[in-house]
Design a protein around this ligand. Structure first.
Ligand code: HEC
Length: 276
């Protein structure tokens, strides 16, 4: 497949390692090949470390921080939320396949009956509603953030396993891909400008992480204690490039997450990690 840049004028899309008419699996394989070609020394499976994969000193610091992470207390709070019975007396584990274990890598998924992408956070909120509770605000670090952080640790070691099957699913995927590669804002950047084209380069004090592997380890604890969910990160990155951000939990961000997560397929998950 093509690894060249395909510029689609008129639509304003710049598709770096990903070409316009490829299937999701071709997109993913192109991306793997693109990074392999650009950074032959970095193993594909190490892309889960994001920017750290480019900086051996920072990676070894990270590994020692992760031996006794500063956010363990917060994970304990998340565990309490996870185990507390809902108004109906049921727990989240009752709502989820396999009691919520080793399933996070299947999300987001496309629900054909409802014709929409469903994230793990959606499933948790739907479980709350079905059991007499108010849904949590998406992206809220104190509630759904902690709950999701603990719940996702139950899938540590699972490989990301997103499926895009059928017309509706493909449309949702394509919509997410379009969001990822759409340029706008004063700087005319897309997500891909930084996380594909410039991945591994420095931007001010930070190395830019590659799209590959970016969806495997959420939420993150920035500075060791500030919980940030994946879609809150989308908001932040959109805002920093003067795009109109969406809100965590919006259909547009759910589609973005669907594409984004598919690109990490086959990579190992680890929930709740330290980030700068
Ligand atoms: C101007 C460059 C720039 C653009 C454009 C940009 N980001 Fe980022 N992004 C960053 C920087 C800098 C970081 C922090 C360093 C890193 O981990 O890459 C970051 C971090 C991230 C992370 C966290 C990686 C991790 O492992 O902690 C994700 C996920 C992410 N960006 C997704 C996106 C998405 C999706 C978009 C488009 C909506 C986007 N970014 C647009 C610069 C950018």
């Amino acid at each position: 497949m093509k690894k060249c840049l395909v510029v689609m004028t008129g639509i304003g899309l710049l598709l770096g390692a990903v070409s316009a008419n490829a299937t999701p699996e071709e997109d993913r394989l192109n991306l793997v090949a693109y990074f392999k070609n650009k950074y032959p020394d970095i193993k594909t499976e190490d892309s889960i470390y994001g920017a750290l994969a480019f900086d051996p000193d920072a990676l070894s610091q990270y590994k020692s921080i992760m031996e006794f992470p500063p956010f363990l207390d917060q994970l304990d709070q998340g565990e309490k939320l996870w185990k507390a019975p809902l108004k109906s007396g049921k727990t989240y584990a009752n709502c989820l396949p396999n009691g919520g274990k080793q399933i996070a890598g299947n999300y987001p998924l496309y629900d054909a009956a409802r014709a929409k992408v469903v994230t793990l956070e959606d499933v948790l909120n739907e479980c709350r509603k079905a059991n007499g509770e108010e849904p949590y605000a998406y992206g809220d670090p104190k509630t759904i953030g902690l709950l999701g952080a603990y719940m996702r640790t139950l899938s540590d070691g699972m490989k990301m396993n997103i499926k895009v099957e059928g017309k509706g699913a493909l449309e949702a995927y394509e919509d997410g891909k379009k969001t990822f590669y759409s340029r706008s804002g004063q700087l005319n950047f897309s997500c891909g400008s930084c996380h594909v084209d410039a991945a591994g380069n420095r931007l001010r004090s930070e190395i830019l992480s590659p799209l590959l592997g970016q969806a495997t380890h959420w939420p993150v604890f920035r500075g060791g204690d500030t919980l940030v969910t994946l879609q809150k990160r989308y908001e932040g990155c959109h805002r920093s490039t003067r795009h109109e951000p969406d809100k965590a939990g919006s259909p547009r961000y759910n589609n973005l997450e669907y594409f984004h997560a598919y690109m990490s397929n086959g990579l190992e998950m680890e929930a709740a990690v330290y980030r700068k």
